[in-house]
Unconditional design. Structure first.
Length: 136
């Protein structure tokens, strides 16, 4: 199959419950053309029966075979931003004298509180401290 080949997936989206709504999404079929998928969606819509407990709608999702998932690019960029923010924060803490950078025997960087950092950490409210791993 060529890489630019597309497939079309029919999914059913079912909502249940009125006081506490919940949803389920289930694949119903995979098709080689959009026309086939849309024709089956129409048949599904024409033949569905109503229920007082749930409501189902159908949709067609388009995918390129062997293509990177679209959400993966977003997740990669999000991770880059997070790592960049962590790096910036560590540099700021070192410039303020709160932490020192060490190189371990394994070649990785490690950080420890300086005396200034330890003194500052005493002013952090207990509600905040509980979110951090405590060592010594």
């Amino acid at each position: 199959m060529p890489i630019d080949k597309k497939i079309y997936v029919i999914v059913s989206v079912t909502s249940q419950g009125k006081t506490i709504p919940s949803f389920s999404i289930e694949p119903e079929g995979v098709y080689s053309t959009l026309d086939k998928a849309l024709n089956y969606v129409q048949e599904l819509e024409d033949n569905k029966t109503g229920s007082s407990f749930s409501e189902t709608e159908y949709d067609v999702l388009e995918y390129k075979i062997d293509e990177e998932p679209s959400v993966l690019n977003f997740l990669k960029k999000e991770k880059e931003i997070l790592l960049s923010n962590i790096e910036d924060t560590i540099i700021k803490l070192m410039k303020k004298g709160y932490i020192d950078q060490l190189v371990g025997e394994d070649g990785y960087f490690y950080y420890q509180l300086t005396e200034t950092g330890k003194a500052f950490s005493k002013s952090i409210p207990e509600q905040i401290k509980k979110f951090f791993k405590k060592e010594d």
